[in-house]
Design a protein. Structure first.
Length: 206
């Protein structure tokens, strides 16, 4: 899946493409580093949800056990991040461990039916993961769902940029205040381009 972004170069615009494998580099980078909140990218990859729920619609916890067994997800973090790509569109599911909520962060859609499918699948994964680890803190927890009120993108191709930007803000200010504005997309694209083409020693949005 290719996500089209416009990168101004020497006074003109040329087409550039941000594909899934590039996002798999950028999203882990955006989740790292210092901040007031502790974030964990589930499975350490934005391909996690695609593995959990493949195209044929089957669902098996064992298909992703190896992706998370080395992650101490439930004692070291405030939020668990699950990037989701559906219908050529990227959004973010955030598991708020303190509030026992699954929060959908979508810069384009409001409440969609497939959002509910994502919530259901993540809820099932959470229960299976907790059971396999023998964790009872959340036993019987209903894992409430919520949609974050975030700024909407102004075009049809900035969804991945919004996901990266939102993660950076979430890390810095927490769920209650995190947001990412469309006006921030152009400078973030420049930082993304720099990250991909030059050696770096700082995080994407720093």
């Amino acid at each position: 899946m290719l996500q089209r972004i416009q990168v101004p170069v020497k006074g003109r615009e040329q087409d550039a493409y941000l594909d899934d494998s590039i996002l798999d580099i950028l999203i882990p980078l955006s989740a790292q580093g210092a901040g007031c909140c502790r974030l964990a990218l589930v499975g350490k990859s934005n391909f996690f949800y695609r593995k959990l729920v493949p195209i044929n619609g089957s669902w098996e916890h064992k298909s992703v056990v190896g992706w998370t067994q080395q992650q101490d997800l439930f004692t070291c973090y405030d939020y668990l991040l699950v990037p989701v790509c559906q219908r050529f569109h990227w959004c973010l599911a955030v598991v708020d461990l303190q509030a026992s909520e699954i929060v959908i962060v979508d810069s384009f859609y409001e409440k969609e039916q497939w959002h509910w499918d994502v919530i259901c699948n993540i809820r099932r994964w959470l229960q299976a993961e907790l059971q396999s680890r023998g964790i009872t803190k959340w036993s019987g927890c209903d894992w409430k769902e919520r949609w974050a009120q975030v700024a909407k993108q102004t075009n049809g191709y900035d969804c991945g940029v919004h996901v990266i930007g939102y993660i950076e803000w979430l890390k810095q200010v927490g769920m209650a205040a995190a947001d990412f504005q469309p006006s921030q997309c152009v400078p973030l694209r420049y930082n993304i381009l720099k990250t991909l083409t030059e050696p770096y020693d700082e995080l994407i949005c720093s």
